[in-house]
Design a protein around this ligand. Structure first.
Ligand code: ZN
Length: 517
């Protein structure tokens, strides 16, 4: 095959220019074959050299040398030494993570800025990595919820392997994370960690009793009296005299009624958080994982009192959170900017950020895609320590590539999205106004991308990926078109997520390095 021959030509030249000699890898040998391989991927492992190549729009690992470290693949022909072309599958990924440990994720507890990008499609990570190489922030490249796995018909193995291959391809040797996102059960947490995830986002929302928020005082206090006396005595001792003075100037204290209400809303959620935390300790050992406690999937915003109650109680039972995600004021809907008062967000966020700083974990902002209004506030009030989670924006950017290059396919996909929208929306909280959707037939091919400036259209596309991928023909043509324009896709992601990091005020990597120790 001609592509393989092109790679072989390069390999011949690379070997001749002493690729395998002590000094390692000579980049000038790469010459004109750069569209076929990723020069930044070159690594020496014992007597072999490894490189990521692209053959007919699909990635493959080239193992050059007699000792192939156990990788499985097909022998290349006509090269001056042994070459194995290996599929980027799970078997080979396990060997890759062993021989090149930087291709495995790690806990990011000692990092200041961590940023969840995820890779819903399994092909986005190289774009993310190229961006994060330039910033002082650690990416969570793999980040999938159980819902997303189900909707994309993927497994944690697959998600993690895709990230490892991308890390190898881009030669990214800095730490990165893998998040089992919004996991609710002990079984899910256990299997996510066993497969290799390094972070768990523990979603305890099913145990948050939001109905107590507005419950009439007398019957609420009656329910409180129904809790065990030992428990009530404990929290009353811990909280009724407590005064927490925050750097923002706010002092938080609890009335008996407020404490009762908070305990009724969050008591069981904390018990469940401890169950999930214990599974993490059991599988990974204390200190060897990132634990994010997520209380953001609720109808009403988290109060400062509730946040402090959770921080204190979690500390008491030994839960060491690396981050906590409260529910903030306003609306954080998928794929569009913040909805609500920016001033209200700022005053409430400053308090939550101060609480997080006081208790020593990072504040976490979920559904962070495209929240350009709030990013400067997040940067400003966190002293540069926070976690932001985005997801799905990489799917929107992929569809945008399609709109630019495959207008007919894009029109078909969008029409299909509209037919499955009602089915898809049950998984997501979004409120698009369908009357506001542009009629595609009135748009010329050149104007199709303008659809992505319409928030209602963005939301329709954003949430229908699962239903779209159930259509095998659409799925196959979508990926073929995306892979044919993959460099453009990576560049688009680099720009789009880059805008997030800039507004958050994340430092550039070179600023960091130029700062003498
Ligand atoms: Zn969330």
């Amino acid at each position: 095959m001609s592509v393989a021959n092109g790679v072989n030509d390069w390999l011949k030249r690379a070997v001749q220019s002493e690729l395998l000699t002590e000094a390692g890898l000579n980049e000038s040998a790469l010459g004109g074959a750069a569209d076929l391989l990723f020069p930044q991927s070159l690594q020496r492992v014992g007597q072999a050299a490894l490189a990521m190549v692209r053959m007919q729009n699909s990635p493959a690992l080239a193992v050059i040398g007699d000792n192939n470290a156990g990788f499985r693949g097909t022998e290349g022909q006509g090269a001056p030494c042994a070459i194995l072309f290996c599929p980027p599958d799970h078997y080979n990924a396990e060997i890759l993570r062993k021989v090149l440990p930087f291709t495995a994720p790690s806990p990011l507890g000692d990092q200041d800025v961590t940023f969840g990008v995820g890779d819903r499609l399994g092909v986005a990570s190289p774009g993310h990595i190229r961006l994060f190489k330039k910033y002082r922030a650690a990416p969570v490249l793999a980040q999938q919820s159980a819902r997303e796995l189900d909707l994309t018909d993927r497994s944690y193995k697959d998600v993690l392997d895709s990230a490892s291959w991308a890390v190898f391809q881009e030669g990214y040797t800095s730490p990165w994370g893998a998040d089992g996102d919004h996991l609710k059960s002990e079984d899910w947490v256990k299997s996510a960690l066993e497969i290799g995830n390094t972070m768990i986002t523990a979603d305890v929302s099913d145990y948050i009793k939001g109905e107590y928020q507005d419950k009439e005082k007398q019957s609420m206090m009656q329910d409180y009296t129904g809790l065990s006396s030992e428990y009530r005595q404990g929290i009353e001792e811990r909280f009724l005299g407590l005064k927490v003075e925050l750097d923002t100037g706010n002092t938080i204290s609890f009335s008996r009624e407020e404490l009762a209400r908070t305990a009724l809303i969050y008591g069981q959620a904390l018990e469940h958080a401890l169950r999930l935390y214990r599974v993490c300790v059991e599988v990974k050992g204390e200190g060897n994982f990132d634990f994010e406690l997520s209380i953001d999937e609720t109808a009403t915003p988290t109060t400062p009192e509730a946040h402090i109650f959770i921080a204190e109680e979690a500390k008491l039972v030994g839960i060491k959170s690396s981050s906590i995600a409260p529910r903030f004021v306003g609306e954080f809907q998928k794929g569009i900017d913040y909805i609500g008062s920016a001033a209200d967000f700022e005053s409430s966020f400053a308090i939550h950020a101060a609480i997080a700083e006081r208790y020593g974990y990072r504040i976490s902002v979920h559904s962070g895609s495209d929240k350009f209004t709030v990013f400067p506030v997040v940067g400003k009030h966190t002293s540069g320590r926070f976690h932001v989670k985005t997801a799905g924006t990489n799917w929107l950017e992929a569809v945008k590539v399609l709109a630019r290059h495959e207008p007919a396919l894009f029109r078909e996909l969008y029409a299909y999205a509209l037919t499955v929208f009602e089915k898809a929306r049950k998984y997501y909280h979004i409120t698009p106004n369908l009357d506001n959707l542009p009629v595609l037939a009135t748009l010329s091919d050149d104007d199709l991308v303008t659809l992505f400036t319409n928030d209602d259209a963005r939301q329709v596309i954003h949430i229908t990926y699962g239903e779209i991928f159930k259509n095998a023909s659409l799925k196959e043509r979508f990926f073929a078109a995306l892979n044919a324009n993959i460099e453009e896709y990576w560049l688009a992601l680099e720009k789009h997520i880059g805008r997030h990091l800039e507004l958050l005020g994340v430092a550039h990597e070179n600023t960091y390095q130029s700062n003498p120790a």
